[in-house]
Each structure stands twice: as C-alpha cells, then as structure tokens.
Design a binder for this molecule. Structure first.
Ligand SMILES: C[S@@+](CC[C@H](N)C(=O)[O-])C[C@H]1O[C@@H](n2cnc3c(N)ncnc32)[C@H](O)[C@@H]1O
Length: 372
C-alpha cells in the first residue's frame, strides 16, 4: 500500500485509498482467492449468515412470479454466490417457472471465480451490469451490501470550513492529511440540507446516486429493486448527536475497529449508505418506493412465517436438535440487537411488477383483471 501511494505522489484522497485497500488487483481485500466474509471470515452478510434469507427470497419470488410470469433475477455484488445458490436450491423444481435469466454481477475477479465454482450453470456471471444482456420482461434486482462497499470520500468540519481527509505516507507510515474540500463535497451536504457540526467527521459515497440511476435505467419499466444495506437517510446519517465520527467501520475476524490505516488490504472497510442518494434517481425516473424496512420486517412480510411452517418449524414443532438449530439460524437474521434491525431493505418498484410486489408484501389482493 505504501509503495502504491508513493507512486501516486505520496498522498491520495481517502476514496482512492479505500479503492486500493479493497480492490487493488493483487493486494486488495476483495482480491483474495478465499472469500473473507461469512462465518469463517471477518464479517457476515445476510445471505452468508443463514440460508433462510435465500429461502424467504425464493418464496417471495414464487409469489411474485405467480402474478407476473418468470422473472429475470440479477444479484448485484454476487460475492461468493451464496444468495443465488440458496435461492436456486430453495426453488428446486419450481426454478424454471419462477426464474428466467439469472445474472450475478461481481466486480472482483477472485470472487467471481469462487462463485462460478458453485453455480453449476445456474447463472451468467459478469463484472458489471452493462456487460449483461439488456433486461426483457419482469426483472428483480437484488443488492446485499453493495453500496456500503463503495469507496467513500471523508471530510471533517472545522472553523475554517470543510476539509477533505487524505492519506499520505510520512516516514514510511500512513498518516491523515487535511486538504480544503472541493466544491462538489461542500455542495453534496448543501444539496441534502445537512450542516455538519465543528469537528464532525463524515463520509460521502459520491458514486452511489449515479450507479443507482444506471441500475434503475438498466432494469427498465417492469422491475423491482431490493437493496439490503446499513444506512439512514441524510438527516440521521449526518446527525452529529449520533454519528460525530462518521460511520466508517473496519472488520477483521468479526471484530470492529475504526482505523482503516492499520493493516489495509487485510480489513474490510465499509461506510453506511445515505438512502436519499438512492431515492433521488428513483424519484427522477418515476419509480415508486414500497418501503425501507428493517431486515426482520422484510423477512416477515416476504413470507418467513409460511416458509418456517412449511419446513415443520411452526409452534407445534418438536423441540429436537434439528428444530433448535434451524430456529437459531433464523434468529440470527431477526436479531433486534443486530442484523434484524441494523440492516434495512429498500424496495423500489416500477410498472405492474412494482404493484404486484406491493400486493405480495402487504398481503393485498391484486385488483381483478390485472394479473400478468
Ligand atoms: C460486502 S460484500 C457483499 C457480497 C454479497 N452481496 C453478500 O451479501 O454476501 C461486497 C461485494 O461487492 C462487490 N462489489 C463492490 N463494488 C461492486 C460493483 N460496482 N459491482 C459489482 N460488485 C461490486 C465486492 O467485490 C464484494 O464482493
């Protein structure tokens, strides 16, 4: 990392540092041939924490496809493939009725390689969405922890105005440097109606809105987008009472630290999503927001109780070791002190697919004559 920064003149913006730390082709965190996350790794995501996440999604897709016909399913940031593999397994013989084309989009060649080994012709894997064939028919795009893995800019507010934090090499060590913030960062906060307090640190995901716009445009006019991530709307994300030091977090072996300059390339680095960044392009392109729900609420609305019942885990279930283990796995996703409330699902829909998804998620009947 030090020589990479020296080659770039001895200093880089924090976004460039994070890009190198996570995605450098040889030394980046996501370039390791073994996935770094999941139970054996540094942190868990919902699809890697429990196969019940994929099972519930499979049930939701079955219900949706019964109203729309088979859907194209796209997993953005397919990672180690856990999501698509568990959805495919849960659908079993029903897969052909429910899913048309299945696409995994993953930027890391190492992760693509790992996922490909598990897919067994289940899906097409591409490095970026615009490498996939254009969408036809109803589309469902799913993205779990895509946006919180984007490089972010970092700023600190002070008496002399907003300063951007850079990373520099000094005597062979990585150190922070302050530079006057460019006008794009200043206007980002003005645009969101946010005033940072003196001394407050904040992160800005400058590519989120543009990338989300490209995702919505690719999806077309009959589509549903499901974004699972850690985040808040701007007003809360940048509230100095809750997040005076920003939301940047680093994970190694399930331990949290706040200093990304220690051990870069060996730590995951993540920053919370500003949901408003994803709302702006949606409003612009005339998409409807169906909800932004804690993971636990999403799972219940999408059919968790019915899936558990179908697997013999209802109230009447025997309390044997198998039932106990399955309930523990489900509990991990529902945990009100963890994933169940911290992770949120943003659901945006367009056209009749959006309306059908709303009907499934709110258990409302689809109006007569509108099916398919
Ligand atoms: C935290 S992991 C989440 C993986 C998976 N979605 C899950 O929930 O288990 C983030 C993943 O996003 C991928 N990624 C980051 N930026 C991306 C982009 N622009 N397009 C596709 N994948 C991306 C990374 O390579 C990494 O595999």
């Amino acid at each position: 990392m030090i020589s990479e920064i020296e080659e770039r003149g001895g200093r880089v913006s924090f976004a460039d540092f994070m890009e190198l730390a996570l995605y450098h082709p040889e030394n980046g965190y996501y370039s390791d041939p073994d996935p770094r996350y999941g139970r054996e790794g540094d942190f868990m995501t919902a699809p890697t924490a429990s196969s019940w996440y994929g099972r519930v999604m499979a049930r939701f897709l079955e219900e949706l496809a019964s109203l729309t016909g088979a859907v194209t399913l796209v997993d953005l940031a397919a990672g180690d493939g856990s999501f698509l593999v568990t959805v495919g397994e849960a659908l079993g013989e029903n897969r052909r009725k429910v899913l048309g084309r299945v696409v995994g989009v993953e930027r890391s060649p190492a992760m693509r390689c790992h996922a490909a080994a598990r897919f067994d012709n289940l899906c097409h894997l591409v490095a970026q969405l615009d490498h996939a064939e254009p969408a036809v028919g109803p589309v469902v795009l799913h993205a779990s922890e895509l946006f919180d893995a984007f490089p972010v800019d970092r700023v600190i507010a002070g008496e002399g105005g907003l300063k951007e934090l850079w990373v520099a090499v000094e005597d062979g060590m990585l150190v922070w440097e302050r530079h006057p913030a460019p006008s794009a960062l200043v206007s980002y906060f003005m645009g969101h109606g946010v005033r940072l307090a003196a001394g407050q640190v904040a992160e800005i995901n400058r590519s989120a809105a543009a990338i989300h716009r490209a995702i919505l445009e690719w999806a077309g006019s009959e589509a549903l987008v499901l974004v699972l991530d850690y985040g808040y709307e701007a007003r809360r994300l940048y509230d100095p009472r809750g997040r005076a030091q920003g939301s940047l977090a680093c994970y190694h072996r399930h331990e949290l630290s706040r200093d990304p300059l220690i051990n870069p390339g060996r730590l995951d680095i993540t920053a919370h999503v500003n949901w408003d960044d994803l709302r702006l392009p949606a409003t612009d392109l005339d998409w409807q927001e169906l909800g932004v729900w804690p993971l636990a609420e999403w799972l219940v609305r999408a059919g968790l109780p019915e899936v558990a019942e179908a697997h013999g885990l209802g109230m009447e279930a025997d309390l044997d070791a198998k039932t106990f283990a399955a309930r523990q796995e489900i509990k991990r996703l529902l945990d009100p002190e963890g994933m169940g409330s911290d992770l949120k699902m943003l659901i945006q829909g367009k056209g009749r697919v959006g309306e059908r998804a709303r009907a499934v998620l709110t258990k409302k009947a689809v109006p007569e004559g509108t099916a398919r």
